[in-house]
Design a protein around this ligand. Structure first.
Ligand SMILES: [Zn+2]
Length: 77
């Protein structure tokens, strides 16, 4: 689970971008931290890069494929 210390620099959002489950190899629309909705594995990635492929980490049989979900995104000025 992602951690932080200075919560005053984070803002909760109800933006629909946080609800999308993205397939491996999808180009990211936001820089930030993405979490696998299946197993909780987390990565940091830049905007416009592609999310790691299906072989990035292993799921046990029956868990299904990796599904990346935006956890925190960086706001650039
Ligand atoms: Zn996973």
């Amino acid at each position: 689970m992602a951690q932080y210390k200075h919560g005053q620099y984070l803002t909760q959002s109800q933006h629909e971008e946080f609800d999308k489950l993205l397939s491996p190899g999808t180009t990211t629309a936001n820089a930030g931290i993405y979490r696998c909705a299946v197993c909780g594995d987390e990565i940091g990635i830049a905007k416009g890069h592609t999310l790691p492929p299906q072989n990035h980490h292993q799921h046990s049989p029956g868990q299904g494929p990796i599904r990346w979900q935006l956890l925190v995104f960086a706001v650039q000025r």
